[in-house]
Ligand binder design. Sequence first.
Ligand code: ADP
Length: 286
Amino acid sequence: MSVVSRLLRARPITSNTLRTLSSSYSTSPPLSSRENDVTPPSPSFKHPTDGRNVQWVFLGCPGVGKGTYASRLSKLLNVPHIATGDLVRDELNTKGPLSEQLSEIVNQGKLVSDNLIIDLLSKRLEAGEAKGESGFILDGFPRTIRQAEILEGVTNIDLVINLKLREEALLAKCLGRRTCSQCGGNYNVACIDIKADNERPAMYMPPLLPPSHCASKLITRADDTEEVVKERLRIYNEKSRPVEEFYRKRGKLLEFDLPGGIPESWTKLLQLLNLDDHEDTRSAAA
Ligand code: ADP
């Protein structure tokens, strides 16, 4: 079991203790030396030099597309895409002792407790390690300062990509999300078409429609209703927005404003990261 898994398992330990314990792991400099940084360095993509795979985090509001881009990058970089929302939904589907309590929290748009999410994440990391996985792209974690501190205490995150999309598109994108109940494919039936105004250019995001064999099997997440999405957006601003600042101060935050639909945004993201996706240039479909 790796240091990450062991220490994530030891979640009641304070982040200071974790930092001391994790001396064999590559951690960041102590907090105090960075809190006052005025101009953090611009983050950029570099392969880690210690032989491990990348350890990245995706931040961004519900509906922004973290899952889409994290999953594409994970295939490109050959690292697991670990979405804590998926871990929560898997746990809900087990119908185990926790699931009733969890579904109440998730369906109200609230965050589950830091301890619980860290338990789920450490189990996932441990299972991955047993299969020989190394590195990760985390999606949906950390979502609170406490989670960010714990993560910082146990490992060194290389890069944090903060996806941003205009507020008016986020709700529509959440409400348009669909999943195929058979193959698990993710689609979006929303068509975002925002006209240009004096301040901002037009934005067009076409729907991502399912193939005909999935069309009759589409389901909507129970927490993708208007009321719950608005609450999730509110909670993002309250609890998760400060996590952006946490990483900004450490010079790890790479801001990415989505310019439009997937093909356009993916190409721009790769340019920003200085990466090539040969597969993608062969198949333009998104
Ligand atoms: P979103 O579309 O809001 O980004 P996710 O699929 O990432 O949704 O998460 C679904 C739900 O799972 C969240 O609303 C929350 O209840 C729970 N969850 C996921 N990740 C975390 C986390 N890091 N901390 C607390 N709760 C989480």
